[in-house]
Design a protein around this ligand. Structure first.
Ligand SMILES: Nc1ncnc2c1ncn2[C@@H]1O[C@H](COP(=O)(O)OP(=O)(O)OP(=O)(O)O)[C@@H](O)[C@H]1O
Ligand SMILES: [Mg+2]
Length: 477
């Protein structure tokens, strides 16, 4: 046995009664002077390290000290006035610079300090600080990024932890840090981002967006994202499925898209072929669609319209075969958007089996072959189950609005979307708060992003119809 010459030795305090005992090293009495010297050296080391890591603070302290030594308090007051005036001037002259250089870094530091203050307490109580060899190990709070309504907190995980551990504790984290909601975003191996929603940026309905003359089919402004950026939807080279329970606000997406494309409709570069089996949504703009496309409401007419679209599309494909792989809209060969409101009326609830099969076949052909020749299908759907729409996977882009059940979220946005924060079943059924709110998966990230479409009112639609009628009259005169 080894001889122990220290004063005492004891077992490390471990609350787990089944853990193997871990023994402290023997204790040796150190002279008090040595302790003070070591502490002093440590303090000096820390101060030097801090000074090295904060050069801006060093320069500022140096300048303040110099002025104080040379000009006393008056000099310091003059310096404060000068700084205030400079910042105010910058705020007025270049608000973007002011945000980048002053307000955003200051808010970032302030928010980081707020998280730091509660970090150990919340992590311990949420059981995210595991014990390792009798020691509590905390995940590391890394940088904090602040957007209008959300804070993105980067965390370095303790080895052996996974984002799923944090996802299970998302509610505790949100309450612990005083946020409305906490979403877990993946970052890199060993790290994750906690996204704390401090204020619902999408709580207020948005009125219809202004019509921009240079509309781009790859980025049509439809509404706003939660981080304050515009939500831009792509129609070129894709098909879009908008799923949401009744009253979820699918209409506002359909109309916001039409509104964003209006200049292209007027220029003859885009046509909208509207299928309106419910006779409620698109009927309002019937005159617009008949002028710049087509309109059909009863199921037989819709089947004919879709089959015409297939025939046109195939003729176009024959013409362009081997010559171009990507369609550029021209007045001879415009981009055709087939808008279908409540697609389930045609594919699932249609009693006439023949009609149903014709419609489904046409839709499947358009969605599989239309992309490269300038045909895009935009469909609205209440119930996303496979029995209702078995071709839902033929739509590359999807928007999920309020849904009745959590399981429906993954049916629309793909596996794991609900776990990654797309809580469509929790969107408010109150139209003022929740209508038009939904989640999308953008190309850049697997994490769903919360968005809200602008609300295009009946008056806005009437104004759009009038604009197109005026243009036609102007052209005829
Ligand atoms: N983006 C929005 N912002 C605010 N309110 C909206 C928005 N979109 C819709 N609403 C409100 O919600 C109501 C229902 O919207 P909408 O008719 O578009 O729902 P829907 O999803 O098409 O429902 P359904 O499937 O029954 O046709 C609208 O009458 C409107 O008052
Ligand atoms: Mg509708």
């Amino acid at each position: 046995m080894r001889n122990v010459t220290g004063e005492q030795f004891a077992q490390v305090d471990n609350p787990d009664p089944f853990a193997a005992p871990v023994w402290r090293s023997p204790v040796y009495r150190t002279p008090e002077l040595v302790i003070w010297i070591v502490r002093l050296i440590r303090l000096l080391g820390r101060v030097t390290w801090f000074a090295l890591r904060h050069p801006l603070l060093d320069v500022t302290t140096g300048v303040v000290l110099l002025i104080w030594l040379n000009a006393g308090w008056l000099g310091l007051i003059a310096l404060a006035c000068f700084t205030l005036a400079t910042l105010t001037g910058l705020r007025i002259w270049r608000p973007d610079w002011f945000a980048r250089l002053v307000s955003v870094p200051a808010r970032r530091r302030w928010r980081r300090w707020c998280y730091m203050r509660r970090w150990h307490g919340v992590m311990t109580i949420a059981r995210l600080a595991p014990l390792y060899r009798g020691q509590i190990v905390f995940p590391l709070l890394d940088r904090v990024d602040v957007t209008g309504c959300t804070d993105r907190v980067r965390v370095k995980l303790v080895s052996g932890q996974s984002p799923a551990d944090f996802a299970d504790r998302a509610d505790s984290l949100a309450h612990g840090f005083g946020a409305l909601l906490c979403r877990i975003r993946s970052a890199s191996p060993g790290a994750l981002v906690l996204e704390f929603v401090r204020r619902d940026a999408l709580a207020e309905p948005m009125s219809a967006l202004p019509i921009l003359p240079d509309a781009d089919l790859r980025a049509l402004p439809v509404g706003r994202r939660e981080d304050g950026a515009p939500f831009l939807a792509r129609l070129h080279g894709t098909h879009l499925l908008i799923a949401g329970a009744t009253g979820a606000g699918k209409g506002s997406y359909v109309w916001s898209l039409v509104r964003a494309m209006l200049p292209l409709l007027l220029a003859g570069l885009v046509q909208v072929w509207a299928c309106d089996p419910k006779l409620m949504e698109l009927a309002f703009g019937r005159a617009l669609f008949e002028r710049h496309g087509r309109y059909a409401a009863n199921p037989a007419d819709i089947a004919n319209l879709l089959e015409d679209a297939v025939a046109d599309m195939q003729a176009r494909a024959l013409r362009f075969a081997g010559r171009q792989r990507d369609h550029q809209p021209t007045t001879d060969f415009p981009f055709i958007v087939i808008m279908v409101d409540e697609i389930a009326f045609l594919t699932a609830y249609q009693a006439d089996r023949k009609l149903k099969d014709r419609t489904l076949a046409a839709l499947a052909t358009l969605t599989t072959q239309g992309r490269a020749v300038g045909y895009c299908v935009v469909a609205a759907l209440q119930d996303p189950r496979k029995e209702v729409l078995n071709i839902r996977n033929l739509f590359p882009d999807k928007i999920a609005l309020r849904l009745d059940e959590p399981a429906q979220v993954d049916m629309v946005l793909g596996d794991g979307a609900r776990d990654r924060g797309a809580a469509c079943d929790e969107i408010s059924a109150n139209p003022a708060i929740g209508a038009g709110v939904g989640f999308v998966r953008l190309e850049t990230s697997p994490d769903p992003v919360r968005v809200r479409a602008a609300f295009v009112s009946d008056d806005d639609i009437r104004a759009m119809v009038t604009t197109s009628a005026d243009q036609e009259r102007g052209g005829a005169a």
